[in-house]
Design a binder for this molecule. Sequence first.
Ligand code: SF4
Length: 301
Amino acid sequence: MRIVRAKALGFCFGVRRAIDMVEEAADERGHIDSLGSIVHNPVVVDGLVEKGVQVVGGLDDVASGTVAVTAHGRGPEITREAKERGLDLIDATCPIVRKSQKAARSLCAEGFRLIIYGETDHPEVRGVLAWTEGKGTAILDPEAEIDIPRRKVALLAQTTKSEESFAKFVARFVGHNIGRINELRIVNTTCPETDERYHAARELAAECDLVIVVGGRNSANTRKLAQTCADTGVETHHIERAGEIKSRWLEGKDSVGVTAGASTPDQSIDEVVARLDKLGEQLHAKGRRAGQRLQPGRVGA
Ligand code: SF4
């Protein structure tokens, strides 16, 4: 059985950078608090807790005197409040998310009604919306009813949306609302790293009989990656840990693909590949033994 890794998979640069920043700070200070999970992956979160990075829900819960903003970013009020409370702030907002926040702020200042193609309850989207002072809305349905008071609209995307899906969203949004818009600004805030992973996942699905997608079940981009593979028609399983792989999934498979969301650590990917290797060997040995038991001229049905 051939095991193939996707050409692009696992941690993106924004997540690697955020983890390095909080690990370094925890190392220096002994203990820091993080506003929400650094990444949507339980393996990474558990590992960081061991290194002294505690996840908290809000500034009220910060006990260490140092608080980290994750790669998803936050609204400007967090920096202000942290300062007022005398807390040290480690800002690990991904530079690509930061660009999105800056675009949102300046477009709103220019009087645009800001629409983000994304999930309202995703931390990154909530953070970007917080920079719009109430002039932004997140929607997934391009035909959702929205008010456009000054006939000026700006469209942005959650960074983890694919370029292709953003393009479709824009086309349908414009088709639905063109009669109410005088000026339209589109800022492509999709992340190239995420898109690279979607392309690589499609390529992988095309050449394999089965695809294993590794990553947190609460990770939006890992779920989307799994859906992307499943949509090609290939058998796809989304798992968080290597131990979840079932031997029966591999029966009759010649090639198994492995990909992983942007929040999945290399260690989890390596463990999955090692387990696939082991299970593949076991199946092969079982097949060999079954073959040895057959008598010449008596191939059973
Ligand atoms: S997926 Fe892209 S935008 Fe999001 S943290 Fe990673 S590099 Fe940054």
